[in-house]
Design a protein around this ligand. Structure first.
Ligand code: GLA
Length: 336
């Protein structure tokens, strides 16, 4: 027998660029996984089926940003935050498309933390790996990705309140498919993501926390760019609530319409979409059987997500909701 730390990818159905102001998001952990088959060691030594060079790290790391090869920065971020008592040696495999917008790097970090023996709560696991990501990448990303990977529930999307750090599983209807289409590789490093975080902070200095702000308060902000960012966040939080209610009522038409207005808001008010993402969403919406479609995640590339009737789309990754990250014992003859 050997031990495998297994972490799924994620896709966000609605609620983007709300997590870092303590807002609402609605992701699900999906049936693509990063696995680390590991054994105890006095260092952290990992090889990957997708990388030419191994990562070899000591257990004491102060600055993860100088680590090479590049994929080692994610791992070093976890090691430096966690300061584990022992290391691991092992191998990484993944079925999450790398750089495809389904949080492959976050899944790797959550799997590393579990393999290194993290034994806190799901929320603490998400917080640790969020700090690790922020430190390693220098980008002030929120907690949605890590929390959805850690807290996934099979057959359910997750209504997450990123202020309270509560997770409410919401059953996915059985007669829908979730389809992810990859648009373009991107990294949030060097993107306008950090600018958006700063613009939200500017909005909050003027009107207080966006998580409880009204649309009229957001509309009163003097600077037009900051105003637009705040208007997006306030409306997007409400769309998440409405989307969860629509799914529970099996009102797929309303759910689809909410996805479309979310995309329009991210495109026009938040300016995180791209012409290629807009075109992909338009093409999806013109396809019979598609209830709704939108850009998903950080934007500036990445991917789009559609909610469809079963079989409506054949081009893209059809994903289903799965349980969150865990360590499993496997038979050594079972390499899958
Ligand atoms: C990226 C970040 C998340 C979140 C999304 C946008 O995926 O890692 O924290 O901010 O963008 O919703």
């Amino acid at each position: 027998m050997s031990r495998v730390a297994r972490a799924p990818g994620r896709v966000n159905l609605i609620g983007d660029h709300t997590d870092y102001t303590g807002g609402l998001v609605f992701p699900m952990a999906v049936d693509r996984w990063t696995d680390i088959r590991f054994a105890p060691s006095d260092r952290v030594h990992l090889v990957s089926a997708d990388e030419p060079d191994p990562v070899d790290l000591p257990l004491e790391i102060d600055d993860p940003t100088h680590v090479s090869p590049a994929w080692g920065k994610y791992i070093a971020g976890v090691v430096s935050e966690m300061r584990p008592a022992h290391g691991i040696e092992g191998s990484v495999t993944t079925t999450i498309p790398i750089g495809g917008g389904m949080s492959s790097s976050h899944a790797l970090q959550v799997a590393v933390a579990l393999a290194l023996g993290f034994d806190g709560s799901i929320v603490e696991l998400a917080q640790l790996t969020q700090r690790a990501e922020n430190r390693a990448s220098g980008v002030p990303t929120g907690i949605m990705d890590q929390l959805s990977i850690a807290a996934g529930v099979a057959g359910h999307a997750l209504l997450i309140d990123c202020g309270e750090l509560t997770v409410t599983p919401v059953p996915m209807p059985e007669d829908v498919e979730v389809v992810v289409r990859f648009i373009a590789h991107r990294t949030l490093v060097g993107s306008a993501y950090a600018d958006r975080v700063a613009e939200c902070a500017a909005a909050e200095r003027e009107i207080g926390p966006l998580r409880t702000a009204s649309a009229s308060a957001a509309g009163s902000i003097a600077d037009p760019v900051v105003r637009n960012r705040a208007l997006h966040v306030v409306a997007e939080n409400q769309r998440v609530r409405d989307f969860a209610a629509a799914l529970a009522a099996h009102d797929l038409r309303t759910a689809g319409e909410l996805m479309v207005s979310s995309h329009a808001s991210l495109r026009d008010l938040y300016e995180t979409s791209t012409p290629a993402m807009d075109a992909a969403v338009d093409a999806l919406l013109a396809t019979p059987g598609v209830h709704g479609a939108r850009m998903t995640g950080g934007g500036f590339g990445g991917c789009v997500v559609a909610l469809t009737e079963p079989g409506a789309l054949t081009d893209g990754w059809i994903v289903t909701a799965v349980d969150g990250a865990r360590v499993v014992e496997t038979d050594d003859t079972d390499q899958g």
